[in-house]
Design a protein around this ligand. Structure first.
Ligand code: BTN
Length: 258
């Protein structure tokens, strides 16, 4: 995939969208050494110091929007493989488990090492897949108020990771998965791969829904359109958007009054 690299950008997703407006040839990967206004899901800020892998893949789309519902999980699968390979390279270290936290975060142990922000262009002609991986800096450098506890690969491995090789491997794997996804959709094999790597599977969680409600339940699976399935006192329910975290007592109210 052609790569356009910058030292500093406001946000690689924002730059990707500017390039789309100017009619750039697709697909293309936009990368930056640092972002000054990195964006996270649900309008949040994404801390993006030097040493991270900050990138946005602009991928041309050919199907209606429904086809792309599971796209964040496909990107998360590519992320899992890229990061897993780095952990395996350091086999001398007893690395903590690597899990996909639905819909598209990557956790090492309990900490978030990467996140994905997918934005579909209004004309439906392409999608921007923004990916941030915490690589060669220390999570201790980040503000204490990041929403989910962060971890970096350097923190876990005790050594720096070759950033360009990591970005190139991720882009190759993502492009490979996306070609299959365009052709066959979110296949049973992809769904199985996500399920095998899913954080909090069969565990009690709370899901903060887009409308502000917090729903408590147990994760039972992922459906064919990439929704997470929760067993709740009101039965099994599927969610297309939301933030999952381990269950806290504060949601007992919703458990009793779903
Ligand atoms: C999240 O977990 O909330 C998603 C974070 C996505 C961050 C990446 S960094 C590269 C790209 N550019 C952005 O502004 N955001 C995404």
């Amino acid at each position: 995939m052609r790569r356009l690299h910058h030292d500093t950008l406001d946000s690689t997703n924002a730059e990707a969208r500017r390039l789309v407006a100017r009619g750039v040839a697709l697909p293309v990967l936009v990368t930056a050494n640092r972002q000054t206004a990195g964006r996270g899901r649900q309008g949040r800020t994404w801390q993006s110091p030097r040493g991270g892998a900050w990138m946005s893949c602009v991928w041309p789309t050919v199907h209606p929007a429904e086809h792309y519902a599971a796209l964040p999980l496909v990107a998360a699968l590519a992320l899992w493989r890229t990061v897993r390979a780095r952990l395996d390279d350091a086999a001398s270290i007893d690395t903590p488990p690597l899990r996909i936290k639905w819909p598209n975060d990557l956790l090492v142990g309990g900490g978030k090492v990467a996140g994905v922000l997918c934005e579909r262009e209004a004309d439906g002609a392409c999608v921007v897949i923004g990916v941030g991986i915490n690589v060669n800096f220390s999570a201790a450098e980040l503000p204490a108020n990041v929403r989910y506890p962060a971890v970096t690969l350097r923190d876990v491995l005790g050594a720096a990771v070759e950033l360009d090789a990591l970005i190139a491997d991720f882009a190759d794997d993502l492009a490979h998965l996306l070609r299959g996804f365009e052709r066959d959709g979110f296949t049973a094999a992809m769904r199985r791969d996500v399920l095998e790597r899913l954080a909090f599977r069969d565990e009690a969680v709370e899901l903060a829904a887009a409308d502000g409600r917090v729903i408590a339940g147990r994760i039972t699976g992922i459906d064919a359109s990439g929704r997470v399935l929760l067993a709740t006192p009101a039965g099994e329910k599927g969610f297309a958007v939301g933030d999952v975290s381990r269950y806290h007592r504060s949601t007992e109210q919703e458990l009793n009054h779903p």
